[in-house]
Design a binder for this molecule. Structure first.
Ligand code: GDG
Length: 473
């Protein structure tokens, strides 16, 4: 079996337990089984020019963690990755802050990572890079002579060609993606958008199902919807934390239901719209007074980027205004937590909440939707209210699907969720749980690795042959 080499912006802690999240754990398990390397940024800013990576060997696995210079962090991480690609790929052209220095820094870091990774590679390795930070990595590795099979998985959406064209680097980005052998997306929509770009703007041709001829090579382009460790998360949810248990009992005594939202405080997650929908629900249904609370957990993220400060202020103002308008001395309708909450508490909090409110304006998949379902008691499950613009909505059709821009519509579906009869809740939940359990993290991993392994009859290593050039943009 070939070794696996995982490259991601941040290198994971390979000694961490399930407490840290299913995805890193699933990838770490695959690494332990096959042996290999996990390479990425160590999260630190060091020196003027970065520095050498540190290597930690754990059994058959090497964890290689590279520092970045403050300038690289500014240009590559906060700059091109999070002020250009993140908003652009989430259809938010209004928030794109394009600066040539950002792209130069992005390319520089991808190249540095490639150079630092090469000494750790063996000819038969399968290289799998993750997400929008590393689009250019395969190209740099190829230029350094690497011929291994290389795969790329995009965790976030891929926009339609018209939107992608707003980036002056669109051709370079797509061309660089074609240096990979497998390009994986979360949904049909994302893979479809990429294929549309190929058809409209490159000479790549489809030669079989999801197979594209690019120069002398064949590139596989497909969707690989990501999943969670459903069984592990369900076990975590049942193992209720003492404080969470007491909070649940208190609510039961008071006859109060809870709506829960858990998201990094990111403008893609639709938090202000969600808050307004809860306000609209209370306005339209005065009978709900003192019977329902909305708990929003929104830990800080990327605070150095201006757009994140703006969303925080907007959300805090909205939470304050709803509480000011509806609270009583013994009821606070909105509880807003701007701190991370441990996974051991999150899971039972999901289980004790009658509605999971997951309403991003755009999201690659959204794991919270899946975690909420996995955490429920199948005999008395809560209801998932899910944005049609989350990748998860492509398959989780038994959720109450909402348009996050339609505040009244969301308020109506919240009311429907709170009043849904037990039988209907059970029926919807059983179908959702079946999906989340089958389409789990291991299934996702196995599907991607099956696509990445060398095609039958073709040895592991093959030439980094020429690829398609771009037609004039
Ligand atoms: C990207 C894509 C795609 C959140 N707050 C806390 C906490 N979380 C955990 C959740 C969940 C994870 O973080 C968030 O995952 P999401 O999928 O919801 O969203 P992104 O972070 O934007 O992830 C997304 C994903 O990649 C995977 O491909 O689904 O579309 O944007 O696991 O539970 N965990 C803890 N405390 C918190 O306060 N412990």
């Amino acid at each position: 079996m070939s070794r696996l080499v995982i490259v991601s912006n941040r290198v994971a802690d390979l000694r961490a337990s399930t407490q840290t999240g299913g995805l890193a754990v699933a990838l770490a398990d695959a690494l332990r089984e096959r042996g290999g390397v996990w390479f990425g940024w160590n999260g630190e800013k060091e020196g003027e020019t970065g520095g050498d990576p540190t290597v930690e060997t754990i059994g058959k696995v090497k964890r290689v963690a590279a520092p970045l210079s403050p300038q690289d962090v500014a240009d590559y991480y906060f700059g091109y990755a999070n002020s250009v690609l993140w908003p652009l790929f989430h259809y938010r052209l209004d928030l794109v802050d394009y600066r040539p220095a950002f792209f130069a820094g992005y390319s520089r870091v991808n190249e540095t990572f490639a150079r630092q990774l090469v000494p750790f590679l063996k000819p038969d390795d399968l290289v799998w890079s993750h997400d929008y930070h590393l689009i250019l990595l395969a190209g740099h590795l190829r230029r350094l002579g690497c011929r291994q099979r290389m795969g790329f998985f995009l965790h976030i959406p891929f926009p339609p060609p018209d939107l992608l064209h707003a980036s002056p680097n669109h051709a370079e980005l797509v061309d660089a993606l074609l240096d990979y052998d497998v390009i994986g997306f979360q949904t049909h929509t994302d893979a479809g958008n990429f294929k549309l770009y190929l058809a409209e703007h490159t000479p790549a041709v489809e030669v079989g199902k999801n197979r594209f001829r690019v120069g002398e090579r064949t590139v596989l382009i497909d969707r690989f919807p990501i999943g969670i460790d459903a069984a592990g998360f369900a076990a975590l949810a049942e193992d209720a934390d003492e404080e969470v248990k007491i909070d649940l009992m208190r609510r039961q005594v008071l006859g109060r239901r809870q709506i829960i939202g858990v998201d990094r405080l990111d403008y893609s997650k639709g938090l202000p719209e969600r808050m307004k929908a809860f306000g609209r629900l209370l306005e339209r249904h005065p009978e709900l007074e003192k019977t329902v609370t909305f708990l929003q957990i929104a830990p800080p993220t990327r605070e150095e980027v201006d757009a994140y400060g703006d969303i925080r202020m907007e959300l805090e103002a909205l939470a304050g205004s709803i509480n000011g308008r509806f609270s009583d001395f013994n009821w606070t309708p909105v509880r807003y937590i701007h701190r991370p909450v441990s996974r051991g508490k999150l899971a039972p909090l999901f289980r004790g909440s009658q509605v999971g409110l997951v309403t991003p304006l755009r999201d690659g998949m959204n794991l919270v939707a899946k975690e909420y379902v996995a955490a429920q008691d199948p005999d008395n499950p809560g209801v998932l209210v899910l944005s049609k613009f989350a990748g998860a909505a492509e398959e989780m059709r038994q959720a109450l699907i909402v348009n996050p821009y339609d505040i009244d519509g969301m308020a109506r579906q919240l009311h429907r969720a709170l009043t849904m009869p037990l039988k209907e809740r059970q029926r919807r939940h059983a179908a959702l749980l079946d999906h989340v359990t089958r389409q789990n993290a291991s299934a996702w991993l196995a599907a991607f690795l099956a696509a990445l392994k060398p095609p039958a009859g073709q040895g592991e290593a093959r030439g980094a042959a020429s690829k398609a050039g771009h037609e004039a943009a």
